[in-house]
Write a protein that binds this ligand. Structure first.
Ligand code: OGA
Ligand code: MN
Length: 280
């Protein structure tokens, strides 16, 4: 068998959210394996790979199989490759990146499809990432809530996170405090997922401020109800990183949360973000 006909891929669903995709080498994917990876991504919203040996160039080559690379305006990038963002925490830093429920780039008019995160330096223990299933969260809303959000849009912003007056403008994370990169966008609260065709809840605690046409105060009760619902552990999976682990999530189908429980140790991940489509 040559590399174009073999298929070694096995998809093992995780409880509640996502799937592990096993039996493949991301540097030598056959056409049929790539089809299988794309299907697993659409079906599960986040897929995980183990025991991969992937260089920076191979990371870029893999990402390009899924779409155009969306170069992040805030993150420091690795030397020589603007496509690869460094998602890191140094030994002596306290704040981490992504340490709360969120989904990336929802403040963009055309939000990124997803990210491919490669573990480069891991702490001896801790530093897991949680993922939450927004298709399941939508499916389990009661009828009244579903009706309430059917025609609602939400305002997403990053000004409280990345602006000069925001969360990351502290001594440790000055590189993220860039006013020129602050953005706001309006998206439906419930979307039809562009890949799976399934309905998904598309509001997240990291970046959603309010519903369109409502004040922050008016939006609070329903917004908090949606967040509290999706924060239930029955929609979550906890991914424990090892050397060679890679997570590839879809921002329109999941939330994620980087746990910050490894103070005193370094953690470094390489992230490539892939462009998405408008969600209206
Ligand atoms: C990210 C992010 C999670 C992690 O890269 O967008 O939130 O576990 N990272 O590092
Ligand atoms: Mn993130």
């Amino acid at each position: 068998m040559n590399a174009h006909s073999k298929i070694g891929l096995t998809v093992v669903p995780r409880e509640n959210c996502g799937a592990e995709v096993l039996g493949i080498d991301l540097n030598n994917l056959s056409d049929s394996e790539l089809v299988g990876v794309k299907k697993a991504y659409a079906d599960y919203g986040v897929i995980f790979f183990r025991d991969q040996k992937i260089t920076e160039d191979q990371h870029i080559a893999f990402a390009k199989k899924f779409g155009e690379i969306d170069i992040n305006k805030f993150f420091p990038h690795i030397d020589g490759h603007r496509e690869i963002a460094k998602v890191g925490k140094e030994k002596d830093q306290k704040t981490n990146i992504g340490g709360g429920w969120h989904t990336d780039h929802s403040y963009d008019r055309v939000p990124a499809m997803g990210s491919i995160l490669v573990a480069r330096i891991l702490p001896p223990s801790g530093g897991d990432t949680l993922f939450a299933n927004m298709v399941a969260a939508y499916d389990t809303l009661d009828d009244e809530t579903r009706a309430a959000i059917a025609n609602l849009n939400a305002v997403h912003s990053n000004s409280h996170v990345f602006g000069s007056k925001a969360y990351y403008n502290n001594e440790e994370r000055k590189e993220f405090a860039k006013d020129e990169a602050v953005g706001e966008a309006v998206h439906p609260v419930a979307i039809t997922h562009p890949l799976s065709g399934k309905k998904a809840l598309y509001v997240n605690p990291g970046f959603v401020l309010r519903f369109e046409g409502q004040t922050i105060a008016q939006s609070q009760p329903l917004l908090h109800k949606l967040f509290a619902h999706a924060m239930n552990a029955r929609f979550h999976t906890r991914f424990q990183w090892r050397e060679g682990s890679i997570a590839f999530w879809d921002n329109r189908a999941t939330w994620h949360y980087a746990l910050n429980d490894y103070h005193g140790h370094e953690r470094l991940m390489h992230r490539i973000t892939i462009a998405g489509v408008a969600l209206h």
